[in-house]
Write a protein that binds this ligand. Sequence first.
Ligand SMILES: [Zn+2]
Length: 348
Amino acid sequence: MTDALEPRLTSWRPLLPWQSAAAAAALATRARWPHALLITGRRGIGKRSLARYFAQALLCEEPRADGSACGHCPSCGYVAAGAHPDLRLIEPVEYDEDGGPKPVDAIVVERIRELIEFAQLTAHRQRAKVALIAPAEAMNGAAANALLKTLEEPPPGTYLLLVTDQSARLPATIVSRCRLLPAPEPDVDSAIAWLAGEGVERAQLLLAQAGGAPLLALALADAAMQRERDALLDALSRPERLSPVAFGARLDAYPRDERKTRLADAVYWLLAWTADLAAVASGGAPRFNPDRHEALARLGARVARVALFRYYRALLQQRALLGHPLVPRLVAEALLFEYRAAFAQKDG
Ligand SMILES: [Zn+2]
């Protein structure tokens, strides 16, 4: 759900530069690899890449002495091709009649039942079976319940890799049955170098917009995404002229199945903007939108701070609700009316 900015239909990336040390440390204890590993960390730092790297290592037929995958055995080839028979990827995705993937709100119980069946089969390549659940918090209640038994008594040779950026939304019964691995945070230099290598211009600004998360920065580099950001931030810069209804109409101009994603994007920009406004109002510097420092300073001087903090909380609540049925236009309008009110109170 709130991963709308991140490509769900994973184009699996190789291990990222800032993950090497943590990956090596984890594989050094490979002999005691847990049946269920929960990789946690904020969005956009490469948790899935790390999970994929582990999956390949566990499935490799001739692993190196340090526990990493050899890269040239048949299993490594299948993983690279995204077609290993002993590897399952469980995502909130459905397939239409043409086999085309379509994002959906939740990982439903049927997906977990398929996973349980898979876990009971004999491994095709005789090494291991690996299932990757990403994002794990997308499992609905029934799906999480169905998974519990497999977590308690995993069939031998079966490894579960769960990935989440919202572990608080996972049932405690799931979390307590996994070994936790916090994904390594990238440092600014390697993040910028990596983004430049991906052909991203203005890497520094995009990394700021993404709060330091490189894969999120890459997603935000999309031209359409930046157009939406500009339109929204221009509107937020002039609260007295801001029209929530016009913004709602802008959202409604998108095809129906895109509106929720666009709303999730808007909530992301609103959160970043509001955090910057609070920072600037307290004499700090904007973390996410350094290119908008002037407008933020002007607004920070006149915003009602209590209302601003209340607004930030409202945005967080709204973000948690994005996976539920809602009318994107109405949500966007309500959020912008409330934003405008944070200024009206001060003036009036
Ligand atoms: Zn191999």
